[in-house]
Design a protein around this ligand. Sequence first.
Ligand code: SF4
Ligand code: SF4
Length: 454
Amino acid sequence: MPKYHINVKPAPPRFLPPGKYVLIDREEGCLGCKYCVKKLCPYGVYNKREFDSIQLRDTIDYYCRNCLYCVEACPGGTITLMVNPTYLEIGDSYWKPEIITKIWRQAETGMISVSGAGYRGPFAGSGFDDMWTDMSEIVRPTRDGIHGREYISTDIEIGRKLSYLAFDAQGKLASSTPPLIEIPIPMLFSLPGWGKWGKPVLLSMAKAAKTLNTLFIIPLAQFTKELHPYIDNLGIYIDSLEELSALPKDVKIIEIPYNLSQNFQVIKTSHPQTIVMIKIPLSPEAKQRSLTLTKNGAEVFHFSADDHGLEFAEKPRFIKDIIKDIHLSLVDEGTRDEVTVLVSGGIAMAEHVAKTTICGADGVILDQVLMVALECRLCKDCLQGIPCPIDIENIEPDWGAQRLINLMNAWRDQLLEVLGAMGMRDVRRLRGEMGRAIFYKDVLNEAFASIKRK
Ligand code: SF4
Ligand code: SF4
Protein backbone atom coordinates (compact mmCIF):
# COMPACT_ATOMS: atom_id res chain seq x y z
CA MET A 1 0.00 0.00 0.00
CA PRO A 2 1.52 3.39 -0.94
CA LYS A 3 2.17 5.45 2.14
CA TYR A 4 0.22 8.66 2.44
CA HIS A 5 2.44 11.60 3.17
CA ILE A 6 1.72 15.27 3.77
CA ASN A 7 4.40 17.79 2.76
CA VAL A 8 4.72 20.55 5.31
CA LYS A 9 6.47 23.86 4.78
CA PRO A 10 6.78 26.77 7.19
CA ALA A 11 3.94 29.26 6.66
CA PRO A 12 4.67 32.09 9.12
CA PRO A 13 1.87 34.42 10.22
CA ARG A 14 1.23 37.55 8.17
CA PHE A 15 0.31 39.42 11.34
CA LEU A 16 2.12 38.58 14.53
CA PRO A 17 -0.38 36.94 16.84
CA PRO A 18 -0.66 38.20 20.41
CA GLY A 19 1.68 36.27 22.70
CA LYS A 20 0.53 34.94 26.06
CA TYR A 21 2.92 37.19 27.95
CA VAL A 22 4.30 40.65 27.42
CA LEU A 23 8.01 40.86 28.10
CA ILE A 24 9.01 44.09 29.80
CA ASP A 25 12.68 44.83 29.56
CA ARG A 26 13.74 47.96 31.49
CA GLU A 27 17.02 49.80 31.18
CA GLU A 28 17.02 51.15 34.73
CA GLY A 29 18.73 48.75 37.11
CA CYS A 30 20.88 47.27 34.32
CA LEU A 31 24.31 46.38 35.73
CA GLY A 32 25.93 46.17 32.31
CA CYS A 33 27.06 42.57 32.87
CA LYS A 34 29.67 41.21 30.44
CA TYR A 35 27.52 38.13 29.78
CA CYS A 36 24.04 39.61 29.59
CA VAL A 37 21.29 37.00 30.06
CA LYS A 38 19.63 38.28 26.90
CA LYS A 39 22.48 36.79 24.86
CA LEU A 40 21.86 33.46 26.56
CA CYS A 41 18.15 33.12 25.72
CA PRO A 42 17.84 29.45 24.59
CA TYR A 43 15.54 30.51 21.75
CA GLY A 44 17.65 33.44 20.55
CA VAL A 45 14.61 35.66 21.01
CA TYR A 46 16.51 38.88 21.66
CA ASN A 47 18.41 38.48 18.36
CA LYS A 48 15.18 38.04 16.37
CA ARG A 49 13.49 40.98 18.08
CA GLU A 50 12.17 43.73 15.79
CA PHE A 51 9.65 46.52 15.86
CA ASP A 52 6.57 45.65 13.77
CA SER A 53 5.67 48.98 12.22
CA ILE A 54 2.27 47.76 10.93
CA GLN A 55 0.98 46.59 14.28
CA LEU A 56 3.16 49.03 16.25
CA ARG A 57 4.50 46.37 18.57
CA ASP A 58 7.66 44.70 19.72
CA THR A 59 7.91 41.22 18.13
CA ILE A 60 9.58 39.76 21.22
CA ASP A 61 6.26 38.79 22.80
CA TYR A 62 5.51 36.42 19.95
CA TYR A 63 8.93 34.80 19.81
CA CYS A 64 9.38 34.43 23.59
CA ARG A 65 8.67 30.86 24.75
CA ASN A 66 8.10 32.00 28.32
CA CYS A 67 10.78 29.78 29.80
CA LEU A 68 11.53 32.51 32.38
CA TYR A 69 15.28 31.97 32.09
CA CYS A 70 16.13 35.63 31.46
CA VAL A 71 13.63 36.81 34.07
CA GLU A 72 15.20 34.60 36.74
CA ALA A 73 18.82 35.00 35.69
CA CYS A 74 19.12 38.79 35.28
CA PRO A 75 20.97 39.94 38.46
CA GLY A 76 19.56 43.46 38.08
CA GLY A 77 15.98 42.14 37.96
CA THR A 78 15.29 44.26 34.87
CA ILE A 79 13.14 41.74 32.98
CA THR A 80 9.52 40.95 33.79
CA LEU A 81 6.87 38.81 32.10
CA MET A 82 3.24 39.88 32.42
CA VAL A 83 0.09 38.18 31.14
CA ASN A 84 -0.98 39.93 27.94
CA PRO A 85 -4.56 41.28 28.27
CA THR A 86 -5.02 41.15 24.47
CA TYR A 87 -4.22 37.44 24.54
CA LEU A 88 -6.88 36.79 27.16
CA GLU A 89 -9.48 38.44 24.95
CA ILE A 90 -9.00 36.09 21.97
CA GLY A 91 -11.79 33.61 21.27
CA ASP A 92 -14.37 32.69 23.87
CA SER A 93 -15.12 30.21 26.65
CA TYR A 94 -14.81 27.22 24.29
CA TRP A 95 -12.29 28.47 21.72
CA LYS A 96 -9.84 29.42 24.45
CA PRO A 97 -6.68 31.44 23.77
CA GLU A 98 -4.49 28.37 24.42
CA ILE A 99 -6.42 26.36 21.82
CA ILE A 100 -6.26 29.15 19.25
CA THR A 101 -2.54 29.68 19.84
CA LYS A 102 -1.94 25.96 19.42
CA ILE A 103 -3.82 25.96 16.10
CA TRP A 104 -1.74 28.92 14.90
CA ARG A 105 1.54 27.17 15.78
CA GLN A 106 0.44 23.96 14.07
CA ALA A 107 -0.67 25.86 10.95
CA GLU A 108 2.68 27.64 10.86
CA THR A 109 4.95 24.65 11.37
CA GLY A 110 2.92 21.52 10.60
CA MET A 111 4.24 20.03 13.80
CA ILE A 112 2.67 18.84 17.02
CA SER A 113 2.92 21.52 19.71
CA VAL A 114 5.00 20.21 22.57
CA SER A 115 4.64 21.90 25.93
CA GLY A 116 7.91 20.47 27.22
CA ALA A 117 6.65 20.13 30.78
CA GLY A 118 4.18 17.27 30.70
CA TYR A 119 0.44 17.59 30.24
CA ARG A 120 -0.84 20.86 31.64
CA GLY A 121 -4.43 20.65 30.49
CA PRO A 122 -7.47 19.71 32.54
CA PHE A 123 -7.93 16.12 33.75
CA ALA A 124 -11.69 16.44 33.81
CA GLY A 125 -14.17 19.03 32.70
CA SER A 126 -17.02 19.54 30.31
CA GLY A 127 -17.31 18.62 26.66
CA PHE A 128 -14.43 16.57 25.30
CA ASP A 129 -12.54 17.02 28.60
CA ASP A 130 -14.68 14.44 30.40
CA MET A 131 -13.34 11.69 28.17
CA TRP A 132 -9.84 10.20 28.12
CA THR A 133 -8.40 8.00 25.45
CA ASP A 134 -7.03 4.78 26.88
CA MET A 135 -3.64 4.30 25.30
CA SER A 136 -2.42 1.64 27.65
CA GLU A 137 -1.71 -0.93 24.97
CA ILE A 138 1.46 0.39 23.50
CA VAL A 139 2.32 -2.46 21.19
CA ARG A 140 3.90 -3.10 17.84
CA PRO A 141 2.86 -0.23 15.55
CA THR A 142 4.74 2.24 17.72
CA ARG A 143 7.86 0.09 17.77
CA ASP A 144 9.56 2.14 15.13
CA GLY A 145 7.57 5.32 15.34
CA ILE A 146 4.34 6.47 13.79
CA HIS A 147 6.00 6.90 10.41
CA GLY A 148 7.89 3.64 10.64
CA ARG A 149 7.63 0.45 8.62
CA GLU A 150 4.25 -0.54 9.94
CA TYR A 151 1.88 1.73 8.13
CA ILE A 152 -1.12 3.07 10.04
CA SER A 153 -3.99 3.94 7.73
CA THR A 154 -6.16 7.00 8.27
CA ASP A 155 -8.31 6.32 5.18
CA ILE A 156 -12.09 6.41 5.41
CA GLU A 157 -14.79 5.68 2.84
CA ILE A 158 -17.70 8.01 2.24
CA GLY A 159 -20.91 6.62 0.81
CA ARG A 160 -23.46 3.87 1.39
CA LYS A 161 -22.18 0.37 1.83
CA LEU A 162 -24.20 -2.70 0.96
CA SER A 163 -24.93 -5.08 3.81
CA TYR A 164 -24.49 -8.02 1.40
CA LEU A 165 -23.69 -8.66 -2.26
CA ALA A 166 -25.98 -10.63 -4.61
CA PHE A 167 -24.66 -12.76 -7.48
CA ASP A 168 -26.51 -14.19 -10.49
CA ALA A 169 -26.53 -17.83 -11.59
CA GLN A 170 -23.30 -17.26 -13.55
CA GLY A 171 -21.60 -15.94 -10.44
CA LYS A 172 -21.56 -12.37 -11.69
CA LEU A 173 -22.25 -9.51 -9.34
CA ALA A 174 -25.97 -8.72 -9.47
CA SER A 175 -26.02 -5.94 -6.87
CA SER A 176 -25.56 -2.43 -8.12
CA THR A 177 -22.89 -0.84 -5.97
CA PRO A 178 -23.50 2.70 -4.78
CA PRO A 179 -20.82 5.37 -5.38
CA LEU A 180 -18.09 5.44 -2.75
CA ILE A 181 -15.22 7.89 -2.24
CA GLU A 182 -12.11 7.02 -0.27
CA ILE A 183 -10.17 9.85 1.35
CA PRO A 184 -6.85 9.47 3.15
CA ILE A 185 -7.69 11.51 6.25
CA PRO A 186 -10.92 11.42 8.27
CA MET A 187 -11.23 15.20 8.01
CA LEU A 188 -13.22 17.17 5.44
CA PHE A 189 -13.44 20.94 5.09
CA SER A 190 -16.34 23.36 5.06
CA LEU A 191 -17.01 27.01 5.89
CA PRO A 192 -18.24 28.19 9.28
CA GLY A 193 -21.90 29.19 9.43
CA TRP A 194 -21.00 32.82 10.12
CA GLY A 195 -19.03 35.28 8.00
CA LYS A 196 -18.73 35.93 4.31
CA TRP A 197 -15.58 34.48 2.85
CA GLY A 198 -14.00 35.80 -0.30
CA LYS A 199 -12.23 34.03 -3.14
CA PRO A 200 -8.78 33.84 -1.49
CA VAL A 201 -10.24 31.88 1.44
CA LEU A 202 -12.24 29.58 -0.84
CA LEU A 203 -9.22 28.98 -3.07
CA SER A 204 -7.01 28.24 -0.06
CA MET A 205 -9.46 25.60 1.11
CA ALA A 206 -9.92 24.08 -2.36
CA LYS A 207 -6.16 23.94 -3.00
CA ALA A 208 -5.51 22.35 0.39
CA ALA A 209 -8.34 19.82 -0.13
CA LYS A 210 -6.83 18.87 -3.50
CA THR A 211 -3.30 18.50 -2.12
CA LEU A 212 -4.51 16.44 0.82
CA ASN A 213 -6.98 14.55 -1.39
CA THR A 214 -9.84 15.26 0.96
CA LEU A 215 -13.11 17.12 0.26
CA PHE A 216 -14.20 20.71 0.71
CA ILE A 217 -17.96 21.24 0.97
CA ILE A 218 -18.99 24.60 -0.47
CA PRO A 219 -22.42 26.19 -1.02
CA LEU A 220 -23.43 26.32 -4.69
CA ALA A 221 -23.81 30.12 -4.42
CA GLN A 222 -20.06 30.34 -3.75
CA PHE A 223 -18.96 27.93 -6.45
CA THR A 224 -17.30 29.84 -9.28
CA LYS A 225 -15.37 28.83 -12.40
CA GLU A 226 -12.07 29.47 -10.58
CA LEU A 227 -12.94 26.52 -8.35
CA HIS A 228 -13.69 24.13 -11.20
CA PRO A 229 -10.10 22.78 -11.41
CA TYR A 230 -10.67 21.46 -7.87
CA ILE A 231 -13.99 19.77 -8.62
CA ASP A 232 -12.72 16.27 -7.77
CA ASN A 233 -12.22 17.49 -4.20
CA LEU A 234 -15.37 19.53 -3.83
CA GLY A 235 -18.77 18.69 -2.44
CA ILE A 236 -21.54 21.17 -3.23
CA TYR A 237 -24.31 22.18 -0.87
CA ILE A 238 -27.69 23.04 -2.39
CA ASP A 239 -30.65 24.64 -0.68
CA SER A 240 -33.43 23.73 -3.11
CA LEU A 241 -34.25 21.26 -5.87
CA GLU A 242 -34.11 24.10 -8.40
CA GLU A 243 -30.38 24.36 -7.77
CA LEU A 244 -29.87 20.78 -8.98
CA SER A 245 -29.78 21.87 -12.61
CA ALA A 246 -27.05 24.44 -11.86
CA LEU A 247 -24.67 21.84 -10.40
CA PRO A 248 -21.49 21.09 -12.31
CA LYS A 249 -21.87 17.69 -14.04
CA ASP A 250 -18.77 16.16 -12.47
CA VAL A 251 -19.54 16.97 -8.83
CA LYS A 252 -18.82 13.96 -6.60
CA ILE A 253 -20.90 14.88 -3.54
CA ILE A 254 -24.09 16.89 -3.15
CA GLU A 255 -25.02 18.03 0.31
CA ILE A 256 -28.68 18.77 1.04
CA PRO A 257 -30.39 20.11 4.17
CA TYR A 258 -32.67 17.77 6.13
CA ASN A 259 -35.80 19.49 4.76
CA LEU A 260 -34.89 18.28 1.25
CA SER A 261 -34.36 14.69 2.38
CA GLN A 262 -37.85 13.64 1.24
CA ASN A 263 -36.50 14.33 -2.27
CA PHE A 264 -33.50 12.04 -1.76
CA GLN A 265 -34.68 9.49 -4.37
CA VAL A 266 -35.47 12.25 -6.90
CA ILE A 267 -31.91 13.55 -6.54
CA LYS A 268 -30.44 10.04 -6.76
CA THR A 269 -32.43 9.38 -9.92
CA SER A 270 -31.06 12.49 -11.60
CA HIS A 271 -27.50 12.00 -10.18
CA PRO A 272 -27.05 8.22 -9.66
CA GLN A 273 -23.25 8.38 -9.51
CA THR A 274 -23.13 11.30 -7.09
CA ILE A 275 -23.11 10.73 -3.36
CA VAL A 276 -25.89 12.60 -1.56
CA MET A 277 -25.05 13.77 1.94
CA ILE A 278 -27.87 14.85 4.24
CA LYS A 279 -27.09 17.60 6.72
CA ILE A 280 -28.99 17.12 9.96
CA PRO A 281 -28.66 19.70 12.75
CA LEU A 282 -27.97 17.92 16.04
CA SER A 283 -31.25 18.24 17.89
CA PRO A 284 -33.31 15.80 19.97
CA GLU A 285 -34.96 14.65 16.70
CA ALA A 286 -31.67 13.89 14.93
CA LYS A 287 -31.49 10.25 16.09
CA GLN A 288 -34.97 9.27 14.87
CA ARG A 289 -34.41 11.13 11.61
CA SER A 290 -31.21 9.24 10.94
CA LEU A 291 -32.80 5.85 11.73
CA THR A 292 -35.68 6.49 9.33
CA LEU A 293 -33.49 7.91 6.58
CA THR A 294 -31.05 5.00 6.83
CA LYS A 295 -33.92 2.57 6.26
CA ASN A 296 -34.87 4.64 3.22
CA GLY A 297 -31.47 4.35 1.62
CA ALA A 298 -29.56 7.38 2.95
CA GLU A 299 -25.85 7.27 2.16
CA VAL A 300 -24.05 9.88 4.26
CA PHE A 301 -25.09 11.99 7.23
CA HIS A 302 -23.52 15.25 8.25
CA PHE A 303 -24.61 15.91 11.83
CA SER A 304 -23.88 19.51 12.75
CA ALA A 305 -23.65 20.96 16.25
CA ASP A 306 -23.01 24.63 17.03
CA ASP A 307 -19.50 26.11 17.20
CA HIS A 308 -19.18 24.97 20.82
CA GLY A 309 -20.18 21.40 19.97
CA LEU A 310 -23.62 21.80 21.50
CA GLU A 311 -26.96 20.43 20.40
CA PHE A 312 -29.67 22.82 19.18
CA ALA A 313 -31.98 22.28 22.15
CA GLU A 314 -33.19 23.93 25.34
CA LYS A 315 -30.94 21.73 27.46
CA PRO A 316 -28.23 20.94 24.94
CA ARG A 317 -26.10 17.84 25.14
CA PHE A 318 -22.52 17.79 23.90
CA ILE A 319 -21.71 16.52 20.41
CA LYS A 320 -19.83 13.39 21.51
CA ASP A 321 -22.73 12.24 23.72
CA ILE A 322 -25.30 12.66 20.93
CA ILE A 323 -23.10 10.91 18.37
CA LYS A 324 -22.65 8.01 20.79
CA ASP A 325 -26.42 7.76 21.13
CA ILE A 326 -27.01 7.89 17.36
CA HIS A 327 -24.21 5.42 16.63
CA LEU A 328 -25.48 2.89 19.18
CA SER A 329 -29.06 3.20 17.89
CA LEU A 330 -27.90 2.49 14.34
CA VAL A 331 -25.92 -0.48 15.68
CA ASP A 332 -29.05 -1.78 17.44
CA GLU A 333 -30.98 -1.49 14.19
CA GLY A 334 -28.22 -3.39 12.39
CA THR A 335 -27.75 -0.57 9.89
CA ARG A 336 -24.70 1.28 11.21
CA ASP A 337 -22.30 -0.11 8.59
CA GLU A 338 -24.55 0.95 5.74
CA VAL A 339 -24.18 4.69 6.26
CA THR A 340 -21.33 7.13 6.74
CA VAL A 341 -21.55 9.45 9.73
CA LEU A 342 -19.67 12.74 9.58
CA VAL A 343 -19.93 15.38 12.29
CA SER A 344 -19.13 19.06 12.64
CA GLY A 345 -19.23 21.71 15.35
CA GLY A 346 -16.75 22.33 18.14
CA ILE A 347 -13.91 20.31 16.61
CA ALA A 348 -11.03 22.50 17.72
CA MET A 349 -8.19 20.11 18.54
CA ALA A 350 -6.67 16.96 17.09
CA GLU A 351 -7.83 14.93 20.09
CA HIS A 352 -11.44 15.87 19.26
CA VAL A 353 -11.13 13.92 16.00
CA ALA A 354 -10.07 10.77 17.85
CA LYS A 355 -12.73 11.26 20.51
CA THR A 356 -15.63 11.77 18.06
CA THR A 357 -14.45 8.70 16.17
CA ILE A 358 -14.43 6.64 19.37
CA CYS A 359 -18.00 7.86 19.97
CA GLY A 360 -19.06 6.51 16.59
CA ALA A 361 -18.31 9.03 13.82
CA ASP A 362 -16.53 7.94 10.65
CA GLY A 363 -15.00 11.37 10.22
CA VAL A 364 -15.31 15.05 10.98
CA ILE A 365 -16.09 18.13 8.90
CA LEU A 366 -13.87 20.99 10.02
CA ASP A 367 -15.06 24.57 9.76
CA GLN A 368 -14.17 27.25 12.29
CA VAL A 369 -10.78 25.71 13.04
CA LEU A 370 -9.79 26.23 9.40
CA MET A 371 -10.46 29.95 9.69
CA VAL A 372 -8.30 30.03 12.82
CA ALA A 373 -5.53 28.30 10.88
CA LEU A 374 -5.78 31.19 8.41
CA GLU A 375 -5.04 33.49 11.40
CA CYS A 376 -8.64 34.42 12.21
CA ARG A 377 -8.90 35.68 15.80
CA LEU A 378 -12.64 34.94 16.07
CA CYS A 379 -13.23 38.56 17.01
CA LYS A 380 -16.24 38.62 14.60
CA ASP A 381 -15.47 42.27 13.77
CA CYS A 382 -16.22 41.37 10.14
CA LEU A 383 -19.86 40.73 11.07
CA GLN A 384 -20.15 44.32 12.22
CA GLY A 385 -18.46 45.88 9.21
CA ILE A 386 -15.27 46.62 11.19
CA PRO A 387 -12.04 45.99 9.23
CA CYS A 388 -10.58 42.54 9.82
CA PRO A 389 -7.41 42.77 11.93
CA ILE A 390 -5.72 40.15 9.79
CA ASP A 391 -7.11 41.34 6.43
CA ILE A 392 -8.44 37.87 5.66
CA GLU A 393 -9.87 38.96 2.32
CA ASN A 394 -6.39 39.45 0.94
CA ILE A 395 -4.57 36.31 1.89
CA GLU A 396 -2.44 34.60 -0.71
CA PRO A 397 -4.20 31.28 -1.55
CA ASP A 398 -0.95 29.27 -1.72
CA TRP A 399 0.01 30.53 1.73
CA GLY A 400 -3.50 29.81 3.05
CA ALA A 401 -3.48 26.31 1.56
CA GLN A 402 -0.10 25.59 3.16
CA ARG A 403 -1.38 26.68 6.59
CA LEU A 404 -4.30 24.25 6.24
CA ILE A 405 -2.05 21.46 4.97
CA ASN A 406 0.31 22.03 7.91
CA LEU A 407 -2.56 21.88 10.38
CA MET A 408 -3.80 18.63 8.87
CA ASN A 409 -0.33 17.12 9.11
CA ALA A 410 -0.07 18.03 12.79
CA TRP A 411 -3.54 16.60 13.45
CA ARG A 412 -2.95 13.43 11.46
CA ASP A 413 0.31 12.85 13.32
CA GLN A 414 -1.58 13.13 16.61
CA LEU A 415 -4.20 10.70 15.35
CA LEU A 416 -1.42 8.30 14.39
CA GLU A 417 0.04 8.67 17.90
CA VAL A 418 -3.33 7.69 19.40
CA LEU A 419 -3.79 4.76 17.01
CA GLY A 420 -0.21 3.58 17.49
CA ALA A 421 -0.48 3.74 21.25
CA MET A 422 -3.70 1.71 21.07
CA GLY A 423 -2.06 -0.87 18.85
CA MET A 424 -4.37 -0.08 15.94
CA ARG A 425 -3.28 0.16 12.34
CA ASP A 426 -6.44 1.59 10.84
CA VAL A 427 -8.59 4.54 11.92
CA ARG A 428 -11.70 2.67 10.76
CA ARG A 429 -11.14 0.28 13.65
CA LEU A 430 -11.36 3.15 16.11
CA ARG A 431 -14.96 3.97 15.14
CA GLY A 432 -17.29 3.24 18.03
CA GLU A 433 -14.51 1.64 20.10
CA MET A 434 -15.88 3.08 23.33
CA GLY A 435 -14.00 0.47 25.33
CA ARG A 436 -10.83 2.34 24.36
CA ALA A 437 -11.90 5.43 26.25
CA ILE A 438 -12.60 6.29 29.84
CA PHE A 439 -15.60 8.49 30.51
CA TYR A 440 -15.42 10.65 33.62
CA LYS A 441 -19.10 10.06 34.44
CA ASP A 442 -18.54 6.28 34.36
CA VAL A 443 -15.55 6.61 36.68
CA LEU A 444 -17.62 8.67 39.12
CA ASN A 445 -20.44 6.13 39.01
CA GLU A 446 -18.06 3.25 39.59
CA ALA A 447 -16.35 4.99 42.48
CA PHE A 448 -19.35 6.41 44.27
CA ALA A 449 -22.41 4.42 43.18
CA SER A 450 -22.33 2.34 46.37
CA ILE A 451 -22.33 5.41 48.60
CA LYS A 452 -25.99 6.07 49.27
CA ARG A 453 -27.26 9.55 49.94
CA LYS A 454 -28.65 9.94 53.39
S1 SF4 B 1 11.69 34.12 28.93
FE1 SF4 B 1 13.00 32.52 28.00
S2 SF4 B 1 12.36 32.50 25.84
FE2 SF4 B 1 11.59 34.39 26.70
S3 SF4 B 1 13.16 35.86 26.20
FE3 SF4 B 1 13.59 35.13 28.28
S4 SF4 B 1 15.03 33.46 27.99
FE4 SF4 B 1 14.11 33.87 25.98
S1 SF4 C 1 -10.17 37.94 12.45
FE1 SF4 C 1 -12.13 38.78 13.15
S2 SF4 C 1 -12.75 40.15 11.51
FE2 SF4 C 1 -11.17 38.81 10.66
S3 SF4 C 1 -12.27 37.07 9.75
FE3 SF4 C 1 -11.76 36.50 11.83
S4 SF4 C 1 -13.58 37.06 12.98
FE4 SF4 C 1 -13.71 38.17 11.08
